[in-house]
Design a protein around this ligand. Structure first.
Ligand SMILES: [Zn+2]
Ligand SMILES: [Zn+2]
Length: 313
């Protein structure tokens, strides 16, 4: 199944008629992760045809309202629909207290377990979600308030077993298939030996996605995006508002492109656009001068994440 991201909100600070507040969904094997949860995220999930019952975790970057005010409405809806699956909320310290202060989403009001992972401003690096198949790590960014960026990293998958080839070599027992897949040498009943390399392809590298917003361009952003298959980076302004970007703790489109280039990312998607830009193609043009494979995030569009290398398509 393909991994893809779906931007749900791409506007900075305030919504516009055509752009919503920050949120991006990542779809993996039918499950969902959410990066930021600005106001109206639950409506955007509906429009995107994504089910919040598939949501396993929500990662909040920082406690500016445009990045988390949607959390209360979304959690409240989940409770009204009697969700039972646990949900993880990751974000800066204080997020748990804020959510619990809202009637309808306090612990006692919920039908499901809400597990918080809170990050403190002395954070250097932390794996905040670790499953059999992927990890999500957090690193501190450079904004006006404590903010973190995230990287989703799928773990390396074992190579594919060529069943036809295995059968041709006389392997018929499913326990032998399993052993070969695990890299073990198999001896058949008639004494013949089958090496795993003869029937199993090379290990398949997992896909990676970095979410970097809000921030001035910074080293942690580069580290999070290192070799990433897809980087979503905020680009609030163009270079002619550089002074504004520095003052308010944001990046220009050129800054975002520099981060993508330095990190060796495969593809860059720009987001978190200032409301002053009706047409975001100026931001894309500016970024492409530095990093060609750039697009402006389009809300509700699905961006497939392809692993780098020969298995790309
Ligand atoms: Zn913001
Ligand atoms: Zn902010």
């Amino acid at each position: 199944m393909t991994t893809e991201i779906i931007p749900l909100g791409t506007s900075a600070a305030i919504p516009t008629r055509h752009r919503h507040l920050s949120s991006t969904a990542l779809r993996w094997e039918g499950r969902l992760l959410l990066f930021d949860c600005g106001e109206a995220t639950q409506f955007q999930l509906l429009r995107a045809g994504l089910k919040h019952s598939h949501l396993d975790a929500i990662f909040i970057t920082h406690l500016h309202g445009d990045h988390y005010f949607g959390l209360m409405g979304l959690l409240s809806t989940m409770a009204l629909l009697n969700r039972i699956e646990p949900l993880r909320v990751v974000g800066p310290a204080g997020i748990a207290e804020i959510v619990q202060a809202m009637p309808g989403v306090r612990h006692d009001d919920l039908t499901f377990r809400l597990a918080y992972v809170e990050l403190w401003d002395d954070l250097r690096h932390e794996v905040v979600f670790d499953t059999k198949a992927f990890t999500v790590e957090a690193r501190p960014l450079d904004h006006r308030v404590f903010a973190v960026g995230y990287r989703f990293q799928e773990k390396t998958q074992p190579g594919r077993l060529d069943v036809e080839q295995a059968k041709a070599l006389g392997v018929t027992d499913y326990r032998h298939y399993r052993a070969l897949k695990a890299g073990e040498v198999v001896t058949l009943d008639d004494g013949r030996v089958v090496q795993p390399e003869a029937v199993v392809g090379p290990p398949r590298p997992g896909v990676s996605f970095a979410y970097v917003s809000d921030t001035r361009p910074c080293e942690a952003g580069v580290t999070l995006a290192r070799g990433a298959d897809l980087l979503y980076h905020e680009a609030t302004f163009t270079e002619d508002f550089k002074a504004n970007a520095v003052k308010t703790g944001h990046s220009t489109a050129r800054d975002a492109a520099e981060v993508a280039r330095r990190a060796g990312a495969q593809k860059l998607i720009l987001g978190h656009f200032s409301a002053r830009y009706k047409d975001v193609s100026v931001l894309v043009d500016e970024a492409r001068a530095v990093f060609q494979n750039t697009e402006a995030a389009e809300e509700l569009k699905r961006y497939k994440i392809f692993p780098a290398g020969p298995e790309k398509f």
